[in-house]
Each structure stands twice: as C-alpha cells, then as structure tokens.
Design a protein around this ligand. Structure first.
Ligand code: 13P
Ligand code: 13P
Ligand code: MG
Ligand code: MG
Ligand code: MG
Length: 370
C-alpha cells in the first residue's frame, strides 16, 4: 500500500499587505479539508501558512498528480478567495491564474510538492515552506543535506547513505530535466544548480530509486508572463535511516543563504529560518522566511507537527540574517540587492522603461582611429 503526501499551496490574499494570512482563511481551509477527510478522500491533513501563503498538507492513497486531490485543493483555494474578497484582503486570488480548473494545478499558479512512498517502520518527514522567495531557494540546502559531507555526517559514517544520492534537476526555462549521481558527478551538478534561477532541484532519490525529497518548481513569473508574485516554494524531505537525520536536514539553514525574492519579488536577501508564528515577513516585505514542520507518519496519519526552527539553536542565524539584511538594504535600488536586469523583465519595471524609450538619444559615432 503506497501512501501519497501532497503539499499544495497558494497565496489567495494577504493580511496585511503580503505579510501574513487572515485566520478566517485557515479556518475555512480546515473545514473544507475536514469534509474531504470525512468523505474518505484524505487520510489526514494539516493546514498552516507561511507568510501570505496558505499551505495544505495532505495524506491520501490516490498517487501524485491526482485529479481529485488537485481539484479539492483548487476548490479550497476558491472558497478561501471568496472570503479574502469579502474582507478585501490584499491580492485576493493572487495565485489562481485562471478561472477554470483543467485537471491539474501544476502550471496554474499554486505550488505543488508531492511524493508517493512506502511508509517505513518509522517515517519522519519534514515539510519546508518559504515565503518571499522562489523555487531555486532549495538548491543550496538540498545539496548540503544530500551531498555535502561537512553538513551530513551520515554520508561518511552511515553505511546506508555512503553510496550517495541521485539528483533530478529541471531547467525551468527550457522545460527539460537531467539526473546526476553524487558524489561522482557532484561538480557537474554544481555547474547547473549554482544558477538557481534557472536550474532547480526537483527531487532527490537514493541510488536504488527511493524518493528522498521533492520540491515545487513552478515559476509564477514565467507562467503568467509578468510578475504576479514569486512562487514561495515548498519542499518535502524524508529523514533518518537511509536519508539524512532530522538535524542534518535542518543544518543547512544555519547559514544566512542569500536568495531572490523579498520586496516585489525583485531583490536578493538572506533566508531566515523561523517558527511558523514568526513566518510573517514585514520588514521590506521580508526578509525571506523558511519554516519547517516535522511529522511522524503513522499509517498515513500526520503525527505532529513539531515546529522545528522553534529552537534557540537557530537564534544566531536569525541574528546574522538581520545583519546581512541591513547591509543589503543600504544598497537601495542598486545591484546586487536589486535583481539583475534580465530578472527584472518579469517585474513591472519594463513598463517604466517603456515610457522613457523615446528619451534615449543616439550618441555620435566615435572617431575611428586607423
Ligand atoms: P539519541 O541517543 O538521542 O537517540 O540520538 C541518536 C542520534 O543518532 C542523533 O543523531
Ligand atoms: P508574495 O509572492 O508573497 O505575495 O509577495 C509579493 C510581493 O510583491 C512582496 O513584496
Ligand atoms: Mg501575496
Ligand atoms: Mg507569499
Ligand atoms: Mg507569492
């Protein structure tokens, strides 16, 4: 019996601005998923939020990309959008890019991370949720967890991990994928995933093909053709046994890793690991946040959550994030705080540039010296 763990998320309206979520949206989503559970569609669920993104964490036995489950999530987001419109929350329905559901929420705006697994004797899983950043934000931490022996002691000292892992990387611009085995192909992997705006780790597998991690890779800017919000990604990671220990999965977030997103999705800023109650980015609409909820799966039941960044062990990285945030903010409209021009194409900046297009004058040709 295979179990499916689905995390489907969308921003259907912020409270206040883009900083957090209104409790009525959480209540509405909980009621809707409880109805679905009673009808037998779901085994269990947990509703939460990271910043202004509503998170539906669900277990069921219908497999990944299931039409009914995706339709259910879509309907929940529509019900919550109706509440958001009534309360005139900010950007009501922001991530629902089309009015009609067409069988699969992939490519429609909501973010999706799903995996099908055989529940082990003990199955600890960690759900990462980020706000004010994009899918590439998982590249560095996933690399550290599954391929860096300075992060993950188990790669060296555990016989069950010593073979290494297989990474599935997507080119989100060309819609292609490639697999790399680590440690042998670690340098090849880094050639691509270092450019995290384009190449995104979609999944990580054990060398014998068991799924260890899966991320959401939707790039909303590319889907909508113009900026409608960074995709605020999610990621599921299995832990212990043949996978990294819980502490090895969390350890990469002790570095104030700089990601794209933040204000208007147009700036670089450090990613701050926080408990869910502090996943409320308000300083310059940030700094970008990441929350981590741990669950033990028990016959599909979600035992938990444990709010894993609610630990003083992460106080120092939070402090370092604030120091870096100050330093980057002082750059104002200058790179490398603001994203480079080609990334700004997906914002509203081109409209401003359009207005000035006529004002540009050609310079006289330089005298040519022979
Ligand atoms: P405990 O002795 O607390 O179970 O810890 C075991 C371990 O391997 C921690 O990484
Ligand atoms: P969200 O994608 O979280 O809605 O953020 C949008 C934004 O513009 C923040 O300044
Ligand atoms: Mg928003
Ligand atoms: Mg958001
Ligand atoms: Mg968003």
């Amino acid at each position: 019996e295979k179990l499916t763990l689905s995390v489907i998320k969308a921003d259907v309206g912020g409270f206040v601005g883009h900083s957090a979520i209104h409790p009525d949206l959480i209540d509405t989503a909980r009621m809707a998923l409880e109805e679905a559970r009673q009808k037998g569609w779901l085994i269990d669920f947990h509703v939460t939020a990271c910043g202004d993104d509503l998170q539906l964490i669900m277990t069921h036995s219908r497999g990944v990309d299931d039409v009914e489950i995706h339709h259910l999530a879509w309907q929940v987001f529509e019900r919550c959008t109706a509440i958001a419109r009534k309360l005139k929350l900010y950007g009501a329905g922001q991530d629902l890019l089309t009015d009609a559901f067409s069988g699969n929420v992939r490519g429609m705006g909501p973010g999706v991370a799903e995996m099908e697994l055989h529940e082990r004797e003990s199955e600890p899983v960690i759900i990462f949720m980020a706000d004010k950043t994009s899918a590439g934000a998982w590249n560095l931490p996933l690399f550290r967890m599954f391929a860096d022996p300075f992060n993950t002691a188990g790669l060296v000292i555990s016989p069950s991990m010593h073979e290494g892992f297989r990474f599935e990387v997507h080119d989100v611009k060309q819609h292609k994928r490639i697999f790399f085995d680590t440690p042998a192909e670690m340098y090849d992997l880094l050639v691509f995933i270092g450019a995290s705006g384009r190449y995104v780790i979609k999944a990580v597998y054990t060398r014998d093909g068991e799924i260890g991690a899966v991320s959401s890779t939707q790039r909303l800017a590319l889907i909508a053709g113009k900026y409608v919000g960074k995709d605020d990604p999610v990621c599921i990671v299995r832990s212990q046994g043949k996978f990294p220990a819980v502490g090895e999965v969390l350890e990469p977030f002790t570095m104030p890793h700089i990601v794209e997103g933040w204000m208007r999705g147009s700036h670089y800023g450090p990613l701050m690991p926080v408990p869910v109650r502090q996943a409320t980015p308000s300083r310059f609409d940030g700094p970008p946040r990441v929350a981590a909820l741990g669950f033990q799966l028990a016959n599909g039941g979600l035992i938990g959550p444990r709010d894993l960044f609610d630990d003083p062990g992460f106080d120092e990285v939070r402090r370092q994030v604030n120091v870096l945030a100050d330093q980057l903010r002082r750059h104002g409209a200058f790179e490398p705080h603001r994203l480079p021009m080609d990334e700004m194409e997906y914002t509203t900046l081109p409209q401003v540039m359009e207005k000035l297009a006529e004002r540009w004058e050609a310079l006289p040709d330089e005298p040519v010296s022979v």
